[in-house]
Design a protein around this ligand. Structure first.
Ligand code: GUN
Length: 286
């Protein structure tokens, strides 16, 4: 069994990003990311802090707009408009989930697709689904990079994606399909999850259910990608896979923490660099 070490790969990518920042600065541009956080959900606040810190470390300029739960949709749209028109901002990220009185689609569609470093705008969703260049959502993008690092080619493999969210499951399935895997997507209404996971050469799971994937649901030598992050009552972070009992059965597995989580942040930085390079090309009239 080999551990898919997302921490190590994310450090390597962060170093590449730092080098890109130095080059962009020589070309007259400092990459900039605006992060918008609404409300006081502690997990969201932690993620936003981790993203801001990673930006600072890499030399990316970052602004965090932290707004109270009670803010109106109009006010959020105004901030997005300001960031769309701010020439120093290359990427805009609205941390999800948003409070119930805010329409998430309206917010995501207000972001300039050229600054949509989360890849959640329907324009980028469509481009990526069609196999065209666009911003790829950071978590599934990170999973694909992690598989590539370990020379795991999804082509022709049976993949079971567990979870069908717009942020993780659907784009994960899309990227794997575009990499020529045979993809099944399972979700909360799937009857007999085990029947599907047992058939999979690769299982990608991200639903937020502790120990959802157990030993008897995994075939020998499967590759397991655990995208779940759950905090136990004792403070420990665990994924959606019963790691202790599953790990000896599989050929590769991501740990939690230290697997997909750090990759998500690294790919966000990479998307911000991509956006900054687009700005540079535009500035140079290309
Ligand atoms: N909430 C959970 N994951 C993400 C993510 O990747 N981006 C944003 N914006 N919000 C999230």
């Amino acid at each position: 069994m080999t551990i898919l070490d997302g921490k190590a790969l994310s450090n390597k990518i962060a170093q590449e990003v730092s080098n890109d920042v130095i080059q962009l600065q020589k070309d007259g541009i400092t990459p900039g990311l605006a992060v918008i956080l609404v409300g006081s959900d502690p997990a969201s606040a932690t993620y936003v802090k981790m993203k801001s810190n990673a930006c600072k470390k890499a030399g990316i300029y970052s602004i965090a707009h932290e707004m109270p739960e009670s803010i109106s949709q109009e006010n959020i749209l105004e901030i997005i408009d300001m960031m769309n028109n701010n020439p120093n901002i290359d990427g805009i990220l609205v941390q999800l989930p948003l409070p119930a009185h805010i329409d998430t689609t309206t917010i995501l569609e207000a972001i300039d697709p050229a600054k949509d470093v989360d890849g959640f705008h329907p324009y980028n969703v469509g481009r990526v689904t069609a196999g065209l260049d666009g911003f790829i959502p950071a978590t599934p993008y990170g999973v694909m990079e992690l598989l590539k690092e370990y020379n795991i080619d999804p082509k022709g493999k049976n993949v079971c994606v567990v979870g069908a969210s717009n942020i993780v499951g659907k784009p994960m399935a899309t990227l794997l399909l575009n990499a020529n895997a045979t993809v099944e997507i399972c979700h909360i209404f799937t009857d007999d999850l085990k029947k599907h996971t047992l058939n999979a050469d690769i299982i990608c799971v991200g639903v937020g259910v502790v120990n959802l994937i157990k030993e008897d649901m995994v075939k020998d030598d499967a590759i397991i990608v655990d995208i779940g992050i759950n905090r136990l009552d004792d403070g420990r972070l665990v994924g959606d896979v019963d790691f202790e009992n599953v790990n000896s059965k599989c050929s590769y597995i991501t740990p939690v923490p230290g697997g997909v989580g750090p990759m998500t942040i690294a790919m966000l930085l990479k998307n911000t660099i991509k956006a900054a390079k687009i700005r540079l090309a535009k500035t140079n009239g290309k």
